[in-house]
Design a binder for this molecule. Structure first.
Ligand code: TRP
Length: 465
């Protein structure tokens, strides 16, 4: 049952190139910016533990399923789902899954670009010495000034979107490899430098305790949902990004090994980022639960005091921008590839159109931090007090990605016929295959659905918990 489908967009040069690209997609703002602030907001250790469980139980099986479908379909997620549904004699509505992914990609990229813009601004801010020996409050002021200025945010958002589109327009594999092979290890190195600094100057013990002693009284159904959402977000799962990258994967590469490698690298980077940040938070009496500004209010304090901090600080944010860049391109690639397939337009046009759409949606996030802090429209609902950015962030990570991930798992583990699945996964280890199939068939779908029901309070009403 070997498939003869080919990708019109090209292939990775090797399995290693795919691991690099997938890691480049996975490692990004999600690890360095979002993971610490989510852990900080949701009580530390208990959140971290749940996050790790979600990566193992949901993340790895979904990643395998995504690569499996992508490689078999060899096109953008929408077309992949259409082709595979036909091949497996399933309803053609499965391509709605691809559509939801494309939508999620636009929504996530729209705010991702604004936050990456903060990092761009900080390259200049730190590089020009603004943080040398600043106090906590002065550093906070620099951040407040940035987010209160729509013009500055807009400038950086635009620049980042243009950068992203330049790479996408040239085809994702060009340039990506160098970025990931050289710059990601450099980022990791700087995170390690920060950890060393945190050990000496920060309150390292308090940081460790916060991240690794679970306080289960801090848990609530909402926290479980957020830990799950963060696992999907950080691993780039649930919207077809990894499916798209999987469609460029040579046939002889092992899907299981690859998935494990990506999941492990991604998780290590997130945990290390936490270790670098929380000791500084506690040593300076900062608020762990302050939200999205966390790293921007924390790291500059450290860079402001350390020797060579102007240099290291600027480099750190440059590398963070690179990490965000290699993630951003994977958010939009499914949409870009689909437009090319559907309308036979050039990659350049497709990139311009997609980038333009994401840029416009991003304006909502630009104004979320200043002119439109709260959306008045929802004042009387449970959404009261949430900004446009909060809403986007919440619905994409906590609803759209897990839902997409579950549907991907269900298709791969239930609807696809056994021979197709086996053919594509090229099982060498029967036991491992059965573990994957069991997780993908039962644990991931049921787990995610229970967490959903729990979060909206249905289980409590039925007195199940
Ligand atoms: N995983 C990336 C990060 O951690 C963000 C990202 C890239 C993403 N592609 C994705 C998230 C697809 C969800 C789906 O920063």
């Amino acid at each position: 049952m070997a498939t003869v489908r080919t990708s019109i967009h090209g292939y990775w040069s090797s399995r290693f190139a795919f691991v690099l690209a997938a890691s480049g997609s996975a490692i990004g703002l999600g690890n360095i910016w979002k993971f610490p602030y989510m852990a900080g907001e949701n009580g530390g250790g208990a959140f971290v533990l749940l996050y790790l469980v979600c990566v193992a139980l949901f993340g790895v099986p979904v990643m395998m399923a995504e690569i499996l479908l992508g490689r078999r379909g060899r096109s953008s997620p929408m077309n992949t789902m259409r082709v595979l549904a036909a091949e497996e004699k399933c309803s053609s509505s499965w391509n709605l899954l691809g559509l939801m992914g494309v939508l999620a990609g636009f929504l996530i990229l729209s705010y991702y670009s604004v936050i990456a813009g903060w990092a761009l601004d900080y390259v200049v801010e730190i590089g020009s010495g603004s943080f040398v020996n600043v106090t906590r409050d002065e550093a906070g002021e620099v951040f407040t000034n940035l987010i209160s200025s729509p013009r500055r945010l807009l400038f950086w958002h635009t620049l980042f979107m243009v950068l992203t589109m330049v790479v996408v327009a040239r085809g994702v594999s060009k340039g990506l490899e160098i970025a990931v092979r050289l710059l990601m290890p450099a980022l990791l190195f700087l995170v390690l430098v920060m950890i060393a600094y945190a050990m000496v100057k920060g309150d390292f013990y308090a940081g460790l305790k916060f991240l690794f002693t679970p306080d289960f009284s801090k848990l609530s159904p909402g926290v479980v949902l957020k830990a799950m959402g963060q696992a999907f977000f950080s691993l780039s799962l649930g919207m077809g990004a990894i499916m798209m990258y999987g469609s460029y994967l040579p046939r002889d590469a092992s899907i299981a090994t690859t998935s494990f490698q990506v999941a492990i690298v991604d998780t290590v980077v997130a945990v290390l980022a936490g270790l670098a940040i929380f000791p500084i938070v506690f040593a300076n009496g900062l608020e762990a639960g302050q939200g999205p500004g966390l790293i921007f209010n924390t790291l500059p304090l450290a860079f402001g005091q350390m020797m060579g901090g102007v240099f290291f600080g600027a480099i750190f944010f440059v590398l963070l921008v690179f990490a965000a860049w290699t993630s951003a391109i994977s958010l939009i690639e499914p949409a870009v590839a689909w437009l090319i397939e559907k309308f036979s337009i050039s990659r350049l046009w497709s990139s311009l159109i997609c980038g333009g759409i994401a840029w416009v949606i991003g304006l909502g996030t630009v104004f979320s931090f200043n002119n439109w802090k709260r959306i008045e429209l929802f004042n009387d609902t449970f959404l009261a007090g949430k900004s446009f950015f909060d809403l986007l962030e919440y619905t994409t990570s906590n609803i759209m990605l897990p839902l997409g991930g579950v549907l991907i798992c269900i298709f791969a583990a239930w609807f696809m016929r056994e021979p197709s699945r086996r053919d594509e996964l090229q099982i060498v280890n029967e036991g491992a295959y059965h573990v994957w199939r069991f997780l993908a068939r039962y644990i991931t779908p049921l787990g995610v659905i229970l967490i959903f029901l729990h979060a909206i309070g249905i289980l409590e009403k039925l007195h199940i918990t």
